[in-house]
Design a protein around this ligand. Structure first.
Ligand SMILES: [Zn+2]
Length: 201
């Protein structure tokens, strides 16, 4: 009688185990996206502009606005005592954006350019843990740049948000890219760019 009961409840037990396992997997994914979502990549960019050895430390107006660098110094007084020339010396062209894209490619991340616009129907935009503030795009790539070469606006493509397990090799590429950008990051909050520049030898 007991063994019959055990036999009868085995499929139920197996199904519960399967459900638990998949619940566990989706929790691990949720945790992954907490650390590596689009918003966190914006933050990692702030250190990426200055810390890795080959980083350009771009001081264009866009990089300053998005806190990827501090405002450049103003021009000093001109020779002869004139007080003119007090505008900050911004870099004219953004060097960070192109560097960011090529660094991402070095880590095996594919990059596509796209613009938020009429040619995307609503089925291509969806909410996802990987971009809690905006949407992800159904494009076959890892990163989607939606705003020119300065990389001020971007989201993740299907190769990232489509991952079904936190152990996915595609997600590993992303986390390694993060580690590279943050390699020498000493202070973890939004204000670190200014503090680092002041306190760095
Ligand atoms: Zn720049």
């Amino acid at each position: 009688m007991v063994s019959l009961l055990a036999l009868a409840s085995k499929p139920l037990y197996d199904r519960e185990m399967l459900e638990l396992r998949s619940e566990n997997e989706s929790l691990k994914l949720k945790l992954f996206w907490k650390d590596y979502n689009v918003h966190k990549l914006h933050k990692a960019m702030q250190s990426g502009n200055s810390f890795p050895a080959d980083a350009p430390y771009c001081q264009c107006q866009t990089c300053v606005h998005f806190k990827r660098s501090v405002r450049p110094r103003k021009k000093g007084p001109l020779h002869g005592g004139a007080s003119g020339g007090s505008a900050p010396l911004y870099d004219a062209v953004c060097k960070f954006g192109p560097w960011f894209a090529s660094a991402a490619r070095r880590f095996g991340l594919t990059v596509k350019k796209a613009s938020w616009g009429m040619h995307y129907d609503s089925t291509q935009l969806m909410e996802h843990d990987s971009n809690p503030e905006l949407e992800v795009l159904d494009l076959d790539c890892h990163l989607v740049n939606t705003d020119g070469h300065e990389w001020t606006h971007f989201t993740y493509g299907r190769r990232l948000w489509g991952a079904t397990t936190a152990d996915s090799p595609e997600l590993k590429k992303l986390s390694e890219f993060f580690r590279y950008l943050q390699r020498y990051c000493l202070v973890g909050d939004e204000e670190f760019v200014g503090r680092k520049r002041r306190g760095w030898p």
